[in-house]
Design a protein around this ligand. Sequence first.
Ligand SMILES: [Zn+2]
Length: 274
Amino acid sequence: MPEGPEIRRAADTIAAALVDRDIHTVRFGIPRLRRYSKQLRGHRVVSIETRGKALLTHFDHGYSIYSHNQLYGVWRVIKGHKLPETRRSLRLLLQTEDHSAILYSASDISVWDTGELGMHPFLAKLGPDIMDTSLHWRDVLARLRDPRFSGRELAAIYLDQAFLAGNGNYLRSEILHDAGLSPRARPAELTLGQAGKLARSTLELSRRSYETGGITLSPRLARSLKNQGLRRGSRRFYVFGRAGLPCFHCTGPIKRSDVSSRRIYFCPDCQGAD
Ligand SMILES: [Zn+2]
């Protein structure tokens, strides 16, 4: 499943095709939504927002399309209007003068008054989005200290979309490693310095992954490994997917364990974990 940085990059591609453009064609592949085509056609898309795994297409006249890809949904953006041959079912088609954005296979699509989106049952439960550029590390720190989260293990909080939307499995391992914290630690046990470092690592690594196309290593380490001839798959992450391999900091072996059937990786030495 894609995480915040991957979802945001997909949204950027859709935004490049649709934002500030009039939508000439709106087609819904779901019968109950067809009545909205007329309401949206001829209007302008003003922004594409991501909230966790949901994508919001905002129009200039106060309407928004909510879509959630779930497991099978996939967006395609193409130049022109000739739709590709595919066996996938078309769920939503938005066309401008020169581009088509097509959502296939997703079934969780709805049209909203933009002002009422807060009442959407999925969105209402989400924490702030990890890719939201206005999110400050102090906001993350405040959430870590919030009683809803402060007594729970970091491994659990860092997959909870109510804590931070858009966070996911590889980021969880990478962030906790960067902050030097055990997956089993709880925010309430951390010093202010540790919690502050964790909050900063949270934003730094997700933003870095977004900018680099999925690399969480520091640019300097990534460059040095590249110069040593390592393939891309071996120079993306500090710990994720690296069980048994040496830690880049202390050379001790990385460990893997499974927390609620999701694998987590860590360095026992650097993170004081076992
Ligand atoms: Zn280490």
